[in-house]
Design a protein around this ligand. Sequence first.
Ligand code: NAP
Length: 243
Amino acid sequence: MSNSDRVVLVLGGAGTVGSGIVKALLDKGFKVAVISRDGGRLDRLRSFVSPNTRDNLTAVVGNVGSEQEAEQAKQQLLQQVGKVTDVVSSLGFSWWQGGPPHTQSLKDLHWVIETLLFSTFVSWKAFFPLVRDESSSTYTFITGGAGEKLLMPGTGFLTVGAASSLAFCQVLREEYPELPCKLNQVKIDTGVATPDRMAPGYLNHLDLGEAVATLVERRNTSHTVFTVNCPADLKTVILEKNL
Ligand SMILES: NC(=O)c1ccc[n+]([C@@H]2O[C@H](COP(=O)([O-])OP(=O)(O)OC[C@H]3O[C@@H](n4cnc5c(N)ncnc54)[C@H](OP(=O)(O)O)[C@@H]3O)[C@@H](O)[C@H]2O)c1
């Protein structure tokens, strides 16, 4: 199946990480679909991608963190694109530094878990059945290394939320050790930014997008965690490891 026959759903595709992935996939000739709760963000995404690929981008307004709304978004999406062959899940938020746990409320923790874990689980449950039985399909999770350590004071709930996403991915690998669909995870242990917001050691979201798009394109590995610590790892860890 050529790239132009494949339809990649990028969950969180309007975000910092997701938008780089969407642009790179479109540049490689894939059809791409994105679901976001915010129509304005989808408009900005449309103007961000290469103009000659814009017709291959389908945007749906929806909330994939609610079972009912995820189902509605799925039906709407399938009506528009007919099928989904691949999924990239890049849900969550870029940063959280609300303060140490004793200053936080249950509501704060609930929001963190809802955004990082519940949306990842609910959308996986809704969209995985579309790809799970196809050996030519992929499902790729983007996660953060923040789940393994406290990044700095005040970021504790980020660690709790990111750890829950890491654990969920591990559970999927172990509960479903043999799947036709290629199930992979890209664990990013550094910051990701757009070119105008780069800091030392950060990944440019365009470079990360290109590496993830190549992973989706190749479909060579499954049940693999690609850990990226620095920009050089995009080449060595993601691209060379799955040649
Ligand atoms: N940015 C970094 O420095 C960095 C570093 C390492 C790992 N990561 C990981 O990369 C992933 C994405 O981060 P990011 O920086 O791209 O965050 P972001 O810019 O805030 O984007 C996250 C996206 O998730 C979407 N989302 C969350 N809940 C949703 C829901 N219920 N329904 C639909 N969409 C939902 C948001 O969509 P809406 O448009 O609806 O708001 C948003 O577009 C996270 O898992 C994060 O841990 C990021």
